[in-house]
Design a protein around this ligand. Sequence first.
Ligand code: DX5
Ligand code: ZN
Length: 288
Amino acid sequence: MTKVAPSMLSADFSRLGDELRRIDSAGADWAHLDVMDGMFVPNITFGAPVIKAIRKHSDIPFDAHLMIQDPIRYIKDFADAGCDLVTVHCEAVGDIRGAIQEIKARGMRAGISVNPETPVTELEEYLPLVDLALIMTVHPGFGGQSFIAECIPKISYVRDWAVENGADLEISVDGGVNEFTGKVCADAGATVLVAGSALFKLEDMAPAIREWKTFGPDAGCRDGSKPFPHMHAVGDRPGGPEGEDPGRRRVQHDLPVSVHHQAARRQAADGLRGEGDVAPLRNPVPHI
Ligand code: DX5
Ligand code: ZN
């Protein structure tokens, strides 16, 4: 099942405990907690003390998304606050590899995130170290922005990497996710849908969460075929992986643009444009 992680950025901050119970009882898998420092992004939200205060309101896993510079300074605080998963950005200054190691050393799961205008290849050095890759589909800092469809190939790219390397990696998408864009992301390989405004605007978010969990091939490959037919596991490759260092091997695509990736792009172009769901990338760059 595709996981759904409502972003508390769109919650009523004056009633965070109630809002946490609301997403929990609606069937959310994780609570996504957007921590912003006013430096990495031009906005400030909340930090470890607030997370610690709301921890007692629910047992739902806390998925902290740190949009902060030099995140290693605060990993202990987020562990003490009760976070289960902590994601840092590959673009943040400081020792990112050390921050990931610190997250894991403190018993949490670690994630690495990439901004829309950063090539996804920047994640490669971190992917063997983490439990989750968070693909930003808006510019980080604010909720309520339109989905940037040019980021979809990054999802397929990371999915290919995970399959090729046999990695148990969650692939999360964050920004402008709704019932249309979320489906495209799940079809492209996302395993976690993060959404703020699209869920919190609903009086009852339970039906949407139930529906979103059915998105994507992981949730129930309708025709019974292999979810990602264009991919092969490490051992499937002609000649096999002998002689290669699996940890350092770069992803090799059979096709320049994968089947799913093409389908997702087509769907994005046909189904999303014109509905106000998508926005163009400000400075288009080749992602792959
Ligand atoms: C943006 C945050 C997102 C944000 C998503 O910087 O990382 O988690 O809450 O909000 P929506 O779903 O409204 O785009
Ligand atoms: Zn986020």
